[in-house]
Design a protein. Sequence first.
Length: 209
Amino acid sequence: MNDFENLAYGEGYTVIAGVDEAGRGPLAGPVVAAAVVLPRDYHHPDINDSKQLSPARRSALHDVIRSAAVAVGLGVVEPDVIDALNILQATRLAMREAVLDLDCAVDFILVDGNCPIRIDTPQKTIVKGDALSISIAAASIVAKVSRDRIMEIYHRQYPQYNFLKNKGYGTAEHRRAIAAFGLSKIHRKSFHLKEREAGKTTKQTVLPW
């Protein structure tokens, strides 16, 4: 899990951030990105792709990472911006904001996926990087836990959608709630369900995944 970090250190870079996001697919809520700078040669046997971890384990590792990291940055892009830009560009914006939120200067970035961040810092994109780089894996955990906690706050404002359970994803229960109550202020209007499911939409479209 340290191979990509070690390659960057070998090329002379000294402060390396891993970057990943959470929340590209949900029907509601923000997309959240995290940037994490770990100490050189940092190792933890349980840090892995956040999707492979239970919620309880992710939460515990989130606190471990926050404590051990040299720096952690977050970028949060809300649904209205997602609708204006599209989810890909909103994700790239969240990643950029996460890097800019770091309280230290980085000289190299490891990015999950295949789209670079619009920033001048040298970087490497890694497909499935959250399973290959400890820095990206740490960022995936921080992003996921941070977003889940935001959705728990939204659940208190909009309990009818049960965001506490679905975190904004398009579960059958969530779709039924949309049909019954319409779209809330935090739903992504560009992520329309079919007209018969979403009730208040006037144009029949399908989910983009």
